[in-house]
Design a protein around this ligand. Structure first.
Ligand code: ADP
Ligand code: ASP
Ligand code: MG
Length: 458
Protein backbone atom coordinates (compact mmCIF):
# COMPACT_ATOMS: atom_id res chain seq x y z
CA UNK A 1 0.00 0.00 0.00
CA UNK A 2 1.62 3.28 -1.00
CA UNK A 3 0.64 6.19 1.15
CA UNK A 4 1.21 9.86 0.45
CA UNK A 5 0.19 12.05 3.28
CA UNK A 6 0.26 15.63 4.36
CA UNK A 7 2.84 15.04 7.08
CA UNK A 8 2.63 18.50 8.59
CA UNK A 9 -0.95 18.02 9.72
CA UNK A 10 -1.04 14.24 10.09
CA UNK A 11 1.82 14.33 12.59
CA UNK A 12 -0.43 16.07 15.02
CA UNK A 13 -3.49 13.86 14.75
CA UNK A 14 -4.83 11.52 17.39
CA UNK A 15 -7.69 9.23 16.46
CA UNK A 16 -10.00 8.83 19.47
CA UNK A 17 -12.45 5.95 19.71
CA UNK A 18 -15.32 5.85 22.19
CA UNK A 19 -17.06 2.57 22.92
CA UNK A 20 -20.73 1.92 23.66
CA UNK A 21 -20.72 2.77 27.37
CA UNK A 22 -18.78 5.96 26.66
CA UNK A 23 -21.63 7.19 24.44
CA UNK A 24 -24.44 5.51 26.38
CA UNK A 25 -26.13 8.66 27.66
CA UNK A 26 -25.78 12.43 27.69
CA UNK A 27 -23.45 12.64 30.69
CA UNK A 28 -21.18 10.01 29.19
CA UNK A 29 -21.10 11.80 25.83
CA UNK A 30 -20.37 15.08 27.58
CA UNK A 31 -17.35 13.54 29.32
CA UNK A 32 -16.09 12.31 25.94
CA UNK A 33 -16.64 15.73 24.39
CA UNK A 34 -14.51 17.27 27.16
CA UNK A 35 -11.75 14.74 26.45
CA UNK A 36 -11.77 15.78 22.79
CA UNK A 37 -11.84 19.47 23.57
CA UNK A 38 -8.96 19.27 26.01
CA UNK A 39 -6.40 18.14 23.44
CA UNK A 40 -6.39 19.78 20.02
CA UNK A 41 -4.67 16.75 18.50
CA UNK A 42 -7.95 14.81 18.86
CA UNK A 43 -9.34 15.45 15.42
CA UNK A 44 -10.81 12.19 14.21
CA UNK A 45 -13.40 10.61 16.49
CA UNK A 46 -14.74 7.12 15.94
CA UNK A 47 -17.82 6.12 17.90
CA UNK A 48 -19.67 2.91 18.66
CA UNK A 49 -23.42 2.68 18.97
CA UNK A 50 -24.82 3.76 22.35
CA UNK A 51 -24.68 0.83 24.81
CA UNK A 52 -27.41 -1.71 24.23
CA UNK A 53 -28.39 -0.48 20.78
CA UNK A 54 -26.39 -3.00 18.74
CA UNK A 55 -27.80 -5.88 20.79
CA UNK A 56 -31.28 -4.63 19.94
CA UNK A 57 -30.29 -4.39 16.28
CA UNK A 58 -28.91 -7.93 16.30
CA UNK A 59 -32.37 -9.11 17.39
CA UNK A 60 -34.00 -7.08 14.60
CA UNK A 61 -31.64 -8.62 12.08
CA UNK A 62 -32.88 -12.12 12.90
CA UNK A 63 -35.59 -14.11 11.15
CA UNK A 64 -39.31 -13.89 11.96
CA UNK A 65 -39.21 -11.27 14.68
CA UNK A 66 -42.88 -10.57 15.56
CA UNK A 67 -44.24 -7.13 14.66
CA UNK A 68 -44.93 -6.12 18.27
CA UNK A 69 -41.40 -7.04 19.34
CA UNK A 70 -39.94 -5.07 16.42
CA UNK A 71 -41.98 -2.02 17.40
CA UNK A 72 -40.95 -2.31 21.05
CA UNK A 73 -37.28 -2.59 20.15
CA UNK A 74 -37.38 0.41 17.84
CA UNK A 75 -39.23 2.44 20.47
CA UNK A 76 -36.56 1.53 23.00
CA UNK A 77 -33.74 2.53 20.64
CA UNK A 78 -35.57 5.84 20.11
CA UNK A 79 -35.83 6.32 23.87
CA UNK A 80 -32.08 5.76 24.31
CA UNK A 81 -31.20 8.28 21.61
CA UNK A 82 -33.80 10.98 22.39
CA UNK A 83 -32.85 10.86 26.08
CA UNK A 84 -29.50 12.22 24.84
CA UNK A 85 -30.66 14.69 22.21
CA UNK A 86 -33.15 16.30 24.59
CA UNK A 87 -30.27 17.73 26.61
CA UNK A 88 -29.10 19.71 23.59
CA UNK A 89 -30.34 23.25 23.09
CA UNK A 90 -31.25 22.97 19.39
CA UNK A 91 -32.21 19.38 18.92
CA UNK A 92 -35.09 19.68 16.45
CA UNK A 93 -33.00 19.13 13.31
CA UNK A 94 -31.13 16.29 14.97
CA UNK A 95 -34.38 14.69 16.19
CA UNK A 96 -35.76 14.84 12.67
CA UNK A 97 -32.66 13.01 11.42
CA UNK A 98 -32.94 10.38 14.17
CA UNK A 99 -36.63 9.89 13.41
CA UNK A 100 -35.79 9.43 9.73
CA UNK A 101 -33.23 6.78 10.65
CA UNK A 102 -35.69 5.02 12.96
CA UNK A 103 -38.23 4.91 10.14
CA UNK A 104 -35.66 3.50 7.73
CA UNK A 105 -34.70 0.95 10.39
CA UNK A 106 -38.35 -0.10 10.85
CA UNK A 107 -38.59 -0.63 7.12
CA UNK A 108 -35.43 -2.78 6.99
CA UNK A 109 -36.61 -4.77 10.04
CA UNK A 110 -39.99 -5.41 8.45
CA UNK A 111 -38.31 -6.68 5.28
CA UNK A 112 -36.02 -8.89 7.35
CA UNK A 113 -38.98 -10.41 9.20
CA UNK A 114 -40.50 -11.33 5.84
CA UNK A 115 -37.37 -12.59 4.17
CA UNK A 116 -34.03 -12.93 5.90
CA UNK A 117 -31.10 -11.49 3.98
CA UNK A 118 -27.49 -10.99 5.12
CA UNK A 119 -27.09 -7.74 3.21
CA UNK A 120 -30.14 -6.29 4.96
CA UNK A 121 -28.85 -7.63 8.25
CA UNK A 122 -25.74 -5.45 7.98
CA UNK A 123 -27.87 -2.47 6.98
CA UNK A 124 -29.88 -2.99 10.18
CA UNK A 125 -26.77 -3.35 12.36
CA UNK A 126 -25.38 -0.06 11.04
CA UNK A 127 -28.13 2.16 12.47
CA UNK A 128 -26.64 2.29 15.98
CA UNK A 129 -23.41 3.92 14.84
CA UNK A 130 -25.27 6.09 12.32
CA UNK A 131 -27.29 7.58 15.17
CA UNK A 132 -24.62 7.88 17.87
CA UNK A 133 -22.16 9.61 15.50
CA UNK A 134 -24.72 12.22 14.45
CA UNK A 135 -25.59 12.88 18.07
CA UNK A 136 -21.99 13.02 19.28
CA UNK A 137 -21.07 15.58 16.58
CA UNK A 138 -23.79 17.82 18.05
CA UNK A 139 -22.64 17.22 21.62
CA UNK A 140 -19.18 18.34 20.52
CA UNK A 141 -20.69 21.49 19.02
CA UNK A 142 -22.51 22.12 22.27
CA UNK A 143 -19.22 22.28 24.19
CA UNK A 144 -17.65 24.53 21.58
CA UNK A 145 -15.62 21.89 19.76
CA UNK A 146 -16.07 21.99 16.00
CA UNK A 147 -17.67 18.53 15.59
CA UNK A 148 -18.85 17.40 12.16
CA UNK A 149 -20.50 14.17 11.07
CA UNK A 150 -18.79 12.05 8.43
CA UNK A 151 -20.15 8.84 6.90
CA UNK A 152 -17.44 6.17 7.28
CA UNK A 153 -18.95 4.20 4.40
CA UNK A 154 -17.44 6.71 2.01
CA UNK A 155 -13.95 5.58 2.93
CA UNK A 156 -14.20 2.16 4.63
CA UNK A 157 -14.50 0.06 1.48
CA UNK A 158 -14.91 -3.67 2.03
CA UNK A 159 -15.79 -6.90 0.28
CA UNK A 160 -19.34 -8.21 0.57
CA UNK A 161 -18.80 -10.78 3.29
CA UNK A 162 -21.68 -9.40 5.33
CA UNK A 163 -21.24 -9.66 9.08
CA UNK A 164 -17.46 -9.91 8.89
CA UNK A 165 -16.43 -7.86 5.89
CA UNK A 166 -12.77 -7.55 4.95
CA UNK A 167 -11.46 -4.04 4.38
CA UNK A 168 -9.72 -3.00 1.15
CA UNK A 169 -6.70 -1.19 2.61
CA UNK A 170 -5.60 0.51 -0.59
CA UNK A 171 -9.05 1.97 -1.20
CA UNK A 172 -9.40 3.01 2.42
CA UNK A 173 -6.06 4.78 2.31
CA UNK A 174 -6.80 6.62 -0.96
CA UNK A 175 -10.31 7.60 0.15
CA UNK A 176 -9.25 8.68 3.62
CA UNK A 177 -6.59 10.94 2.25
CA UNK A 178 -8.82 12.44 -0.41
CA UNK A 179 -12.01 12.84 1.64
CA UNK A 180 -11.09 12.78 5.30
CA UNK A 181 -7.62 14.17 5.84
CA UNK A 182 -8.28 17.62 4.31
CA UNK A 183 -11.22 18.10 6.68
CA UNK A 184 -9.15 17.38 9.76
CA UNK A 185 -7.15 20.58 9.37
CA UNK A 186 -9.89 22.72 10.90
CA UNK A 187 -12.64 20.38 12.12
CA UNK A 188 -13.19 17.53 14.52
CA UNK A 189 -14.64 14.79 12.39
CA UNK A 190 -16.98 12.27 14.01
CA UNK A 191 -17.45 9.02 12.18
CA UNK A 192 -18.74 5.51 12.80
CA UNK A 193 -16.81 2.48 13.83
CA UNK A 194 -17.93 -1.01 12.80
CA UNK A 195 -19.45 -0.13 9.43
CA UNK A 196 -18.26 0.07 5.84
CA UNK A 197 -19.62 -0.40 2.37
CA UNK A 198 -18.99 -2.81 -0.48
CA UNK A 199 -18.34 -2.10 -4.14
CA UNK A 200 -22.08 -1.70 -4.83
CA UNK A 201 -22.40 0.77 -1.97
CA UNK A 202 -24.27 -1.68 0.27
CA UNK A 203 -23.58 -1.32 3.98
CA UNK A 204 -21.28 -3.92 5.53
CA UNK A 205 -20.07 -4.54 9.10
CA UNK A 206 -16.70 -5.69 10.41
CA UNK A 207 -17.91 -8.01 13.19
CA UNK A 208 -19.03 -7.37 16.77
CA UNK A 209 -16.77 -5.02 18.68
CA UNK A 210 -15.36 -3.84 15.34
CA UNK A 211 -15.21 -0.13 16.19
CA UNK A 212 -11.76 -0.55 17.74
CA UNK A 213 -10.58 -2.08 14.47
CA UNK A 214 -12.19 0.71 12.42
CA UNK A 215 -10.42 3.32 14.53
CA UNK A 216 -7.06 1.59 14.07
CA UNK A 217 -7.61 1.26 10.32
CA UNK A 218 -8.49 4.93 10.03
CA UNK A 219 -5.47 5.89 12.13
CA UNK A 220 -3.29 3.90 9.75
CA UNK A 221 -4.96 5.35 6.66
CA UNK A 222 -4.29 8.94 7.70
CA UNK A 223 -0.96 8.06 9.35
CA UNK A 224 -2.11 9.44 12.68
CA UNK A 225 0.44 9.85 15.41
CA UNK A 226 -1.68 8.25 18.15
CA UNK A 227 -4.74 6.12 18.68
CA UNK A 228 -6.74 6.45 21.91
CA UNK A 229 -9.29 3.81 22.80
CA UNK A 230 -11.61 5.26 25.45
CA UNK A 231 -13.67 2.65 27.23
CA UNK A 232 -15.16 1.90 30.66
CA UNK A 233 -12.03 0.63 32.45
CA UNK A 234 -8.71 2.31 33.26
CA UNK A 235 -6.70 0.45 30.63
CA UNK A 236 -5.87 -3.17 29.96
CA UNK A 237 -5.90 -5.28 33.14
CA UNK A 238 -3.96 -8.38 34.10
CA UNK A 239 -7.24 -10.19 33.52
CA UNK A 240 -10.86 -9.26 32.96
CA UNK A 241 -11.71 -7.16 36.04
CA UNK A 242 -15.19 -8.70 36.05
CA UNK A 243 -13.63 -12.07 36.93
CA UNK A 244 -11.50 -11.00 39.88
CA UNK A 245 -11.12 -7.78 41.82
CA UNK A 246 -7.42 -8.62 42.08
CA UNK A 247 -6.96 -7.67 38.42
CA UNK A 248 -4.89 -4.52 38.01
CA UNK A 249 -4.21 -2.11 35.19
CA UNK A 250 -1.04 -2.61 33.14
CA UNK A 251 0.94 0.61 32.50
CA UNK A 252 2.56 -0.49 29.29
CA UNK A 253 2.47 -3.55 27.11
CA UNK A 254 4.05 -4.47 23.78
CA UNK A 255 2.06 -4.70 20.56
CA UNK A 256 2.74 -8.43 20.42
CA UNK A 257 1.42 -9.18 23.90
CA UNK A 258 -1.62 -6.92 23.57
CA UNK A 259 -2.43 -8.47 20.19
CA UNK A 260 -2.35 -11.93 21.79
CA UNK A 261 -4.64 -10.74 24.58
CA UNK A 262 -7.12 -9.38 22.07
CA UNK A 263 -6.93 -12.53 19.96
CA UNK A 264 -7.52 -14.73 22.97
CA UNK A 265 -10.63 -12.98 24.11
CA UNK A 266 -9.75 -9.95 26.23
CA UNK A 267 -12.89 -8.08 25.22
CA UNK A 268 -11.22 -4.75 25.85
CA UNK A 269 -9.91 -4.74 22.26
CA UNK A 270 -11.30 -6.23 19.05
CA UNK A 271 -8.88 -9.01 18.00
CA UNK A 272 -7.67 -7.22 14.86
CA UNK A 273 -7.20 -3.76 16.42
CA UNK A 274 -3.45 -3.88 16.78
CA UNK A 275 -2.67 -5.13 13.28
CA UNK A 276 -2.94 -1.69 11.59
CA UNK A 277 -1.29 0.00 14.58
CA UNK A 278 1.66 -2.37 14.36
CA UNK A 279 1.98 -1.95 10.58
CA UNK A 280 2.22 1.80 10.94
CA UNK A 281 3.87 1.81 14.38
CA UNK A 282 1.14 3.94 15.94
CA UNK A 283 1.18 3.91 19.75
CA UNK A 284 -2.18 3.06 21.27
CA UNK A 285 -3.53 4.35 24.58
CA UNK A 286 -6.39 2.59 26.38
CA UNK A 287 -8.15 4.53 29.12
CA UNK A 288 -11.48 5.16 30.79
CA UNK A 289 -13.70 7.96 29.54
CA UNK A 290 -15.22 8.00 33.03
CA UNK A 291 -11.83 8.75 34.61
CA UNK A 292 -9.72 10.29 31.85
CA UNK A 293 -7.10 11.48 34.34
CA UNK A 294 -6.69 8.10 36.03
CA UNK A 295 -4.08 6.90 33.53
CA UNK A 296 -4.36 3.78 31.44
CA UNK A 297 -2.31 1.47 29.27
CA UNK A 298 0.21 2.42 26.60
CA UNK A 299 0.63 -0.17 23.87
CA UNK A 300 3.75 0.26 21.78
CA UNK A 301 6.55 -1.57 20.00
CA UNK A 302 9.18 -1.27 22.73
CA UNK A 303 8.41 -1.47 26.42
CA UNK A 304 10.68 -1.25 29.47
CA UNK A 305 9.81 -4.57 31.05
CA UNK A 306 9.05 -7.93 29.47
CA UNK A 307 7.75 -10.16 32.28
CA UNK A 308 7.15 -13.88 31.76
CA UNK A 309 3.54 -13.43 32.87
CA UNK A 310 1.67 -10.33 31.75
CA UNK A 311 -1.98 -11.30 31.77
CA UNK A 312 -4.60 -14.01 31.46
CA UNK A 313 -7.26 -13.90 28.76
CA UNK A 314 -10.44 -15.91 28.64
CA UNK A 315 -12.54 -16.69 25.61
CA UNK A 316 -15.83 -18.43 26.16
CA UNK A 317 -17.98 -20.53 23.87
CA UNK A 318 -15.28 -22.44 22.10
CA UNK A 319 -16.12 -25.31 19.83
CA UNK A 320 -13.73 -28.23 19.80
CA UNK A 321 -13.74 -30.41 16.72
CA UNK A 322 -11.80 -33.64 16.67
CA UNK A 323 -11.26 -35.29 13.31
CA UNK A 324 -9.99 -38.83 13.30
CA UNK A 325 -8.90 -41.05 10.45
CA UNK A 326 -6.67 -44.14 10.27
CA UNK A 327 -5.67 -42.74 6.87
CA UNK A 328 -3.54 -40.22 8.72
CA UNK A 329 -1.16 -42.86 9.97
CA UNK A 330 2.08 -42.52 7.99
CA UNK A 331 0.17 -40.74 5.22
CA UNK A 332 0.54 -37.24 3.88
CA UNK A 333 -2.08 -34.88 2.59
CA UNK A 334 -4.87 -35.63 5.08
CA UNK A 335 -4.46 -32.36 6.98
CA UNK A 336 -4.40 -30.48 3.70
CA UNK A 337 -7.80 -31.97 2.84
CA UNK A 338 -9.25 -30.97 6.20
CA UNK A 339 -7.95 -27.44 5.89
CA UNK A 340 -9.22 -27.14 2.33
CA UNK A 341 -12.75 -27.75 3.62
CA UNK A 342 -12.28 -25.18 6.38
CA UNK A 343 -10.81 -22.62 4.00
CA UNK A 344 -13.67 -23.13 1.56
CA UNK A 345 -16.11 -22.18 4.35
CA UNK A 346 -13.87 -19.32 5.47
CA UNK A 347 -13.48 -20.79 8.93
CA UNK A 348 -10.38 -19.90 10.82
CA UNK A 349 -8.90 -22.31 13.31
CA UNK A 350 -7.58 -21.04 16.63
CA UNK A 351 -5.85 -23.88 18.43
CA UNK A 352 -4.66 -27.12 16.96
CA UNK A 353 -3.11 -30.28 18.38
CA UNK A 354 -2.43 -33.51 16.54
CA UNK A 355 -1.81 -37.14 17.38
CA UNK A 356 -1.02 -39.96 14.97
CA UNK A 357 -4.52 -40.46 13.73
CA UNK A 358 -6.44 -37.48 14.97
CA UNK A 359 -6.43 -33.70 14.97
CA UNK A 360 -8.20 -31.47 17.48
CA UNK A 361 -9.14 -27.96 16.40
CA UNK A 362 -10.94 -25.11 18.12
CA UNK A 363 -13.21 -22.48 16.63
CA UNK A 364 -14.65 -19.39 18.13
CA UNK A 365 -18.42 -19.31 18.44
CA UNK A 366 -19.04 -15.87 19.86
CA UNK A 367 -22.26 -14.85 21.51
CA UNK A 368 -24.27 -12.49 19.34
CA UNK A 369 -22.37 -13.41 16.22
CA UNK A 370 -24.56 -12.76 13.21
CA UNK A 371 -23.46 -15.91 11.46
CA UNK A 372 -23.30 -19.54 12.54
CA UNK A 373 -19.61 -20.26 12.21
CA UNK A 374 -19.34 -24.02 12.29
CA UNK A 375 -22.31 -25.00 10.17
CA UNK A 376 -23.83 -28.42 9.61
CA UNK A 377 -22.58 -28.21 6.03
CA UNK A 378 -18.96 -27.97 7.20
CA UNK A 379 -19.34 -30.93 9.55
CA UNK A 380 -20.97 -33.01 6.81
CA UNK A 381 -18.20 -32.20 4.41
CA UNK A 382 -15.56 -33.17 6.96
CA UNK A 383 -17.44 -36.40 7.66
CA UNK A 384 -16.82 -37.43 4.09
CA UNK A 385 -13.10 -37.45 4.94
CA UNK A 386 -13.04 -38.78 8.48
CA UNK A 387 -14.80 -39.35 11.78
CA UNK A 388 -15.82 -36.03 13.30
CA UNK A 389 -16.80 -35.18 16.86
CA UNK A 390 -17.95 -31.73 17.94
CA UNK A 391 -17.96 -30.50 21.56
CA UNK A 392 -19.33 -27.26 22.89
CA UNK A 393 -19.32 -25.70 26.35
CA UNK A 394 -15.60 -25.04 26.57
CA UNK A 395 -13.57 -21.96 27.39
CA UNK A 396 -10.11 -21.09 26.19
CA UNK A 397 -7.68 -19.69 28.72
CA UNK A 398 -4.49 -18.02 27.50
CA UNK A 399 -1.62 -17.08 29.76
CA UNK A 400 0.19 -14.25 28.01
CA UNK A 401 3.69 -12.96 28.57
CA UNK A 402 7.21 -13.11 27.19
CA UNK A 403 9.44 -16.04 26.26
CA UNK A 404 6.80 -18.37 27.67
CA UNK A 405 8.01 -21.07 25.27
CA UNK A 406 11.55 -20.99 26.58
CA UNK A 407 11.25 -20.33 30.31
CA UNK A 408 11.87 -23.11 32.80
CA UNK A 409 9.08 -23.99 35.20
CA UNK A 410 6.27 -22.38 33.21
CA UNK A 411 4.32 -25.63 32.95
CA UNK A 412 4.39 -26.38 36.66
CA UNK A 413 3.75 -22.74 37.70
CA UNK A 414 0.60 -22.80 35.63
CA UNK A 415 -0.73 -26.33 35.96
CA UNK A 416 0.21 -27.29 39.52
CA UNK A 417 -2.36 -24.90 40.91
CA UNK A 418 -5.22 -26.03 38.69
CA UNK A 419 -4.65 -29.78 38.55
CA UNK A 420 -8.02 -30.47 40.14
CA UNK A 421 -9.73 -29.19 36.98
CA UNK A 422 -10.22 -31.00 33.71
CA UNK A 423 -7.63 -29.27 31.51
CA UNK A 424 -7.99 -30.03 27.79
CA UNK A 425 -5.90 -29.44 24.72
CA UNK A 426 -2.79 -27.63 25.92
CA UNK A 427 -1.04 -25.57 23.24
CA UNK A 428 2.44 -24.46 24.16
CA UNK A 429 5.52 -23.81 22.10
CA UNK A 430 4.31 -22.19 18.91
CA UNK A 431 4.25 -18.70 20.36
CA UNK A 432 6.74 -17.01 22.63
CA UNK A 433 3.88 -14.97 24.03
CA UNK A 434 1.27 -17.51 25.14
CA UNK A 435 0.32 -20.83 26.58
CA UNK A 436 -3.32 -21.84 25.99
CA UNK A 437 -5.65 -24.58 27.09
CA UNK A 438 -9.34 -25.42 27.30
CA UNK A 439 -11.46 -25.97 30.38
CA UNK A 440 -15.16 -26.70 30.81
CA UNK A 441 -17.14 -23.47 30.63
CA UNK A 442 -18.41 -23.79 34.22
CA UNK A 443 -14.86 -23.94 35.64
CA UNK A 444 -13.41 -21.09 33.60
CA UNK A 445 -13.79 -18.21 36.07
CA UNK A 446 -12.43 -20.26 38.94
CA UNK A 447 -9.39 -21.38 36.92
CA UNK A 448 -8.65 -17.78 35.88
CA UNK A 449 -9.02 -16.56 39.46
CA UNK A 450 -6.75 -19.27 40.79
CA UNK A 451 -4.12 -18.69 38.10
CA UNK A 452 -4.26 -14.95 38.60
CA UNK A 453 -3.59 -15.38 42.28
CA UNK A 454 -0.65 -17.69 41.56
CA UNK A 455 0.97 -15.63 38.83
CA UNK A 456 0.19 -12.05 39.85
CA UNK A 457 -0.22 -11.89 43.61
CA UNK A 458 3.32 -10.66 44.35
P1 ADP B 1 -16.31 -0.67 24.66
O1 ADP B 1 -17.80 -0.64 24.63
O2 ADP B 1 -15.69 0.58 25.18
O3 ADP B 1 -15.71 -1.14 23.37
P2 ADP B 1 -16.03 -3.30 25.80
O4 ADP B 1 -17.15 -3.70 26.69
O5 ADP B 1 -16.01 -3.86 24.43
O6 ADP B 1 -15.95 -1.72 25.79
O7 ADP B 1 -14.63 -3.64 26.49
C1 ADP B 1 -14.37 -3.21 27.81
C2 ADP B 1 -14.60 -4.35 28.77
O8 ADP B 1 -13.67 -5.38 28.48
C3 ADP B 1 -14.33 -4.02 30.21
O9 ADP B 1 -15.45 -3.44 30.84
C4 ADP B 1 -13.96 -5.36 30.82
O10 ADP B 1 -15.05 -5.94 31.46
C5 ADP B 1 -13.62 -6.24 29.60
N1 ADP B 1 -12.31 -6.84 29.68
C6 ADP B 1 -12.03 -8.13 29.37
N2 ADP B 1 -10.74 -8.40 29.56
C7 ADP B 1 -10.16 -7.26 30.01
C8 ADP B 1 -8.84 -6.90 30.38
N3 ADP B 1 -7.84 -7.77 30.33
N4 ADP B 1 -8.62 -5.64 30.79
C9 ADP B 1 -9.60 -4.75 30.86
N5 ADP B 1 -10.88 -5.02 30.50
C10 ADP B 1 -11.16 -6.26 30.09
N1 ASP C 1 -21.59 -1.42 18.05
C1 ASP C 1 -20.85 -2.60 17.63
C2 ASP C 1 -21.02 -3.71 18.65
O1 ASP C 1 -21.67 -3.53 19.67
C3 ASP C 1 -19.41 -2.29 17.38
C4 ASP C 1 -18.61 -1.82 18.59
O2 ASP C 1 -19.21 -1.38 19.56
O3 ASP C 1 -17.40 -1.90 18.55
O4 ASP C 1 -20.53 -4.78 18.41
MG1 MG D 1 -15.48 -3.08 22.53
Amino acid sequence: MSVVVNQASANEITVAKFGGTSVADFQAMLRCAEIIKKDSRNRLVVVSASAGVTNHLVRLSQENVPEQEREDIIADIGRIQFAITHHLACHQVLDTEINKLLKALAHCAQQQAGQHCLQNSDEILSFGEQMSSRIFAQVLQSVGANGHYFDARQVMKTDDLYGKAQVDLAQLSANAQALLLPQLANKVIVTQGFIGSDEQGNTTTLGRGGSDYSAALLAEAIQASNLSIWTDVVGIFTTDPRITDQARSINEISFGEAAEMATFGAKILHPATLIPAMRQDIPVFVGSSKEPDAGGTRIQRQVDSNPTYRSIALRREQTLVTVKSPEMLHASGFLAKVFTVLAKHQLSVDLITTSEISVALTFDNPLGSTQALLTKAVVEELEQLCEVSVEHGLSLIAVIGNKIHGTKGVGSSIFDKVNDFNIRMICHGASEHNLCFLVPEEDANQVVERLHETLFSH
